[in-house]
Design a protein around this ligand. Structure first.
Ligand SMILES: Cc1cc2nc3c(=O)[nH]c(=O)nc-3n(C[C@H](O)[C@H](O)[C@H](O)COP(=O)(O)OP(=O)(O)OC[C@H]3O[C@@H](n4cnc5c(N)ncnc54)[C@H](O)[C@@H]3O)c2cc1C
Length: 267
């Protein structure tokens, strides 16, 4: 066993969390702990200090208004999945949250932790990018298009804390994923959203980072129907390849999941 010790501090407010996290470059925020604690057990992460924000009520809410749904960063997936407001405003988002992991993960894991972590196979990044959401932090508001930078990499600076995610309400949206049968993470997941200004198609699981498919967006803008994208071939270049699925298979799944997501959006 590799010996390792760290400090634990529980923040009583967001401003206190900001102060605590600023005190050490090696400190990390702890939200649901569903990724971070496992990474620490494996010694893949060795923060000098954990700043626990999971109890902050000021980061745990769902508000609907001004054409968008705003979700506090410390809101667990289960609250998003079961919120009547989310089900009414963006049913595809509630459905996506209900597909994450298992009940234990959904009761502990948070939207802020998931988005900050930017796991290549996580579900929320597809919705955040697909809806053209904004990530509001303690310092600024970041457009989803500028937020997800690469595998486990985001635009967040050291000590910057996500406060909320603001998701515009689309006219229609759908999400489909082909889950890994063990973890339920997405081998491939596709979120499709139709808004007044156009169509956005965001893919998770297939590549090192969530990405948009411009050819599908153009075709769906002309005709929002599964057949409109049936002939689009997605290249397997740069796609993930592992024991679960080859790059070629993942590229194929992008098309299949996208067509099903569009069909769901039309229901
Ligand atoms: C068995 C299992 C199955 C899973 N299956 C799925 C799945 O199917 N789909 C899926 O999408 N996910 C899945 N997950 C991941 C889970 O959904 C969590 O949301 C995710 O691990 C991170 O959220 P968390 O709240 O637990 O964050 P933590 O583990 O506490 O933190 C993760 C990272 O985010 C940082 N962080 C946390 N909150 C903030 C914030 N407000 N601002 C800035 N940085 C912050 C932390 O410092 C840390 O670096 C699974 C996890 C497990 C253990």
């Amino acid at each position: 066993m590799i010996p390792y010790a760290f400090k634990y501090e529980r923040a009583a407010s967001l401003s206190e969390a900001e102060r605590m996290i600023a005190q050490s470059a090696e400190a990390k925020l702890l939200a649901g702990g569903q990724t971070l604690v496992a990474a620490m057990k494996l010694r893949l992460a060795r923060p000098s200090k954990l700043v626990d924000i999971s109890g902050l009520k000021e980061l745990r809410y769902i508000r609907v208004g001004n054409g968008s749904v705003s979700i506090g960063a410390a809101t667990p997936h289960n609250e998003v999945a079961t919120s009547a407001d989310v089900v009414r405003a963006i049913p595809a988002l509630a459905a996506l949250a209900g597909l994450i992991g298992d009940p234990a993960v959904r009761h502990m894991g948070t939207i802020g932790g998931s988005v900050a972590n930017n796991d290549p196979a996580a579900d929320y990044p597809a919705a955040v990018l697909g809806l053209g959401a904004s990530i509001v932090t303690t310092r600024r508001s970041i457009a989803a298009d500028d937020f997800f930078k690469g595998m486990f990499e985001t635009a967040l600076a050291d000590g910057e804390i996500i406060k909320e995610i603001v998701l515009p309400i689309p006219e229609r949206a759908g999400y489909r994923k082909f889950p890994n049968p063990a973890s339920r993470y997405a081998l491939v997941g596709v979120f499709v959203a139709k808004t007044k200004s156009g169509v956005r198609v965001a893919v998770t699981g297939a590549a090192p980072c969530v990405f948009r498919v411009a050819a599908m967006e153009t075709a769906l803008r002309r005709s929002f129907a599964p057949e409109a994208i049936a002939q689009i071939v997605v290249s397997d270049e740069g796609m993930n390849s592992d024991i679960h699925a080859s790059a070629e298979y993942r590229a194929h799944l992008v098309g299949v999941m996208a067509r099903r997501a569009v069909a769901d959006a039309l229901r």
